[in-house]
Design a protein around this ligand. Structure first.
Ligand code: IMP
Ligand code: MG
Length: 189
């Protein structure tokens, strides 16, 4: 049996809960808030979350990279910048997981030094609090994880696989071996 961390139904109810919290927090904004999804991991979450935000918003995406397999490399780079100006408006960064906090810290510092957002809020499907190396305040968390678990599914990948799954689970050693074997055969990455 797979260790399920968030089922398809739970994902839907978490997105409804976060959507209404965000709507409440943003409804009185003067300028239309900008929701920024962090590619590729947060895309599934992003598009399940925003139908639950009951107000006008703008959307945009950035891409950061730091992970190799199941380990964070610790070096973060921005591989895709914003296309929409966040100046003067509230930015909501939508992230799949905040783990060590390194990517989020880098992204916040990048946005603050290159643009003039009114404020930046963080919304993460998973908040792996125990793994923090950098202090990051997650304003809206779908689920807080106290233990270190490597998660796969619903945008979260193992070596680019299994982002398409409609749920999130913890792969066992044999699942990892099967994915490694598939990738060896495919030779794409
Ligand atoms: P951090 O910089 O260590 O906070 O991690 C940033 C990114 O690593 C997250 O946005 C994810 O894309 C990825 N990541 C962290 N934990 C996991 C996981 O359990 N499974 C898959 N990807 C993860
Ligand atoms: Mg991510």
């Amino acid at each position: 049996m797979k260790e399920m961390v968030m089922s398809q139904d739970e994902i839907q109810s978490v997105c409804q809960k976060l959507g209404s919290q965000l709507t409440q927090a943003l409804i009185h904004e003067e300028k239309i808030p900008l929701f920024v999804g962090v590619m590729k991991g947060a895309l599934n979450f992003f598009y399940s979350l925003i139908p639950n935000v009951k107000m006008e918003i703008f959307t945009d995406f950035v891409e950061t990279s730091s992970y190799e397999g199941t380990q964070s490399t610790g070096t973060v780079t921005l591989t895709k910048d914003l296309s929409f100006s966040p100046d003067g408006r509230t930015v909501v960064i939508v992230e799949d997981v905040v783990d060590t906090g390194l990517s989020m810290k880098y992204l916040i510092a990048y946005l603050k030094s290159h643009y003039k957002p009114k404020r930046i809020l963080i919304c993460a499907l998973f908040n792996k609090q125990a793994m923090r190396k950098e202090e990051v305040q997650v304003d809206f968390s779908g689920m807080v994880l106290k233990e270190n678990k490597f998660l796969v599914g619903f945008g979260l990948d193992y070596r680019e696989l299994e982002r398409q799954l409609p749920y999130v689970y913890v792969p066992e050693e044999k699942d990892i071996q099967e994915m490694d074997a598939l990738l060896d055969q495919d030779k794409a990455i």
